[in-house]
Design a protein around this ligand. Structure first.
Ligand code: 2DT
Length: 178
């Protein structure tokens, strides 16, 4: 009673290239867990609803110029500003299914040529996921899926570089789905 729960929620992160099907799989997973009667919420990064998220969104959608390091830190700050809420939700037993997290942050920035260790640094201290699911898809395959939109990064050559960076980050604890 009194809102006390013994069981922490799980932090489940889905990662992958643009158009790999993350968003669809996230909502299917959320529905599945809801069906089991578990408290669960769908989250995504970037969270475009915050002030930082709005700067990120305009960077992604128009041609606002920001240097790569600054953008990297904004994406990271967008996770930091949600950290405390995330921690509270998990503590209170809510499972979070998150569409993109630090691995997107590191892979997309490293794909631009930033040093990968530098990219990882601001992610230190964020809540570590319990499960990382990587939806593996060839960039060529992803590009065929209805074509890319107009956002920055949605280009075949760049997505290939991102895929390469994900492979560097991937370890044996990840669940890789084809
Ligand atoms: P969506 O299309 O999923 O909204 O992502 N990105 C995302 C980064 O470069 N760094 C990050 O930390 C995150 C979370 C991936 C928008 C784009 O933003 C990229 C695609």
């Amino acid at each position: 009673g009194n809102g006390h729960v013994d069981k922490r929620g799980a932090l489940i992160v889905l990662e992958g290239l643009d158009r790999c099907g993350k968003t669809t799989q996230c909502s299917r997973l959320v529905s599945f867990l809801e069906g089991k009667g578990l408290p669960v919420e769908a989250w995504r990064f970037p969270d475009r609803s915050t002030n930082i998220g709005k700067i990120i969104s305009s960077y992604l959608t128009d041609n606002s110029q920001l240097d790569d390091q600054t953008v990297h830190l904004l994406f990271s700050a967008n996770r930091w500003e949600k950290r405390w809420l995330m921690e509270n939700k998990l503590r209170n037993g809510t499972t979070l299914v998150v569409d993109r997290y630090s691995y997107s942050g590191v892979s997309f920035s490293a794909a631009k040529g930033l040093d990968i260790e530098w990219c990882k640094a601001p992610e230190q201290g964020l809540i570590a996921p319990d499960i990382v699911v990587y939806l593996d898809i060839f960039p060529e395959e992803a590009a065929k899926r209805g074509g890319y939109g107009i956002e920055r990064y949605e280009q075949l050559e760049f997505q290939g570089k991102v895929a390469h960076c994900y492979k560097i980050l991937c370890n044996s604890s990840w669940k890789v789905l084809f």
